[in-house]
Structures are given as structure tokens and as C-alpha cells.
Design a protein around this ligand. Structure first.
Ligand code: ZN
Ligand code: ZN
Ligand code: ZN
Ligand code: ZN
Length: 126
């Protein structure tokens, strides 16, 4: 589904975006959504894109919005821009995601059930 584009600028529909709470180093909110918003703690959710899904965890890059970098092969705690990655647990978020083979780089998330581009059904972990 294409989201209506209010600003009139060209926005590519991506399926690898997660907005997460980032209210500090000790943040335990674990608020994760596919659309922008505000966490229940009051902090605005921060944009990020998925680099890899490992089990129930998504590894995110939170560089500038619109970034399309990849996971650093030498140093898996960083993306190819050299920034530290963020790990979020997708368990209990109500989101559907691909994890073909238990670990994948399809990087597909959705707030609805469906299929990934690789042909696998998206799964949800309660
Ligand atoms: Zn929060
Ligand atoms: Zn990036
Ligand atoms: Zn990056
Ligand atoms: Zn997939």
C-alpha cells in the first residue's frame, strides 16, 4: 500500500524502515513502529533502516533519514558509514518481519501480515 504523500515530494516506498524510541542510552521503552510517531515516554521516535534481522532482533542504522547503507562486514557493530548500529527486539511489537533461515538481510517489515520479496511469509513474534 502506498501512503498518501502530503508534502508532494518524491518518496520511495521502502519496507525496511523502523521508527524506534531513542530516549537515552538506558531506554527500555522498546517502542518500534513502521511509521513515525511519539513514544509513550513522550520522546519522538527516531528513523532507522534495517541492516539485518537476526532471530527476533532487527539491527538498525540510524544515520540520516533516507540512508541506504549496509552492515559493515568487518565490524558487525557498525554500518558501512561507520556509525554504531542499534539492535531492537521485535518480540511483542506486533510487527511482521522476514527472517528466512533465522537470519536474513531481506530487511522486510510490515504492520500487516504478508509475504516478503523472497517468497517467505512474514512472521510475528508475540
Ligand atoms: Zn520511549
Ligand atoms: Zn544507513
Ligand atoms: Zn549508516
Ligand atoms: Zn525475505
Amino acid at each position: 500500500m502506498m501512503a498518501p504523500n502530503q508534502q508532494g515530494k518524491q518518496v520511495q516506498q521502502r519496507h525496511d524502515i523502523l521508527h524506534t524510541c531513542n530516549c537515552g542510552a538506558g531506554c527500555t521503552c522498546n517502542t518500534t513502529k513502521t511509521s513515525p510517531g511519539v513514544c509513550r515516554c513522550g520522546a519522538p521516535l527516531k528513523w532507522g533502516h534495517i541492516l539485518k534481522i537476526e532471530g527476533d532482533e532487527a539491527i538498525l542504522c540510524q544515520c540520516d533519514e533516507g540512508c541506504t547503507c549496509a552492515l559493515n562486514r568487518q565490524e558487525q557493530s557498525k554500518c558501512t558509514c561507520g556509525k554504531p548500529v542499534k539492535r531492537v527486539n521485535l518480540k511483542g511489537t506486533g510487527l511482521y518481519f522476514c527472517n528466512c533461515g533465522g537470519s536474513c538481510m531481506c530487511n522486510t517489515v510490515s504492520d500487516k501480515p504478508g509475504k516478503c520479496g523472497c517468497g517467505m511469509d512474514l512472521k510475528k513474534v508475540d
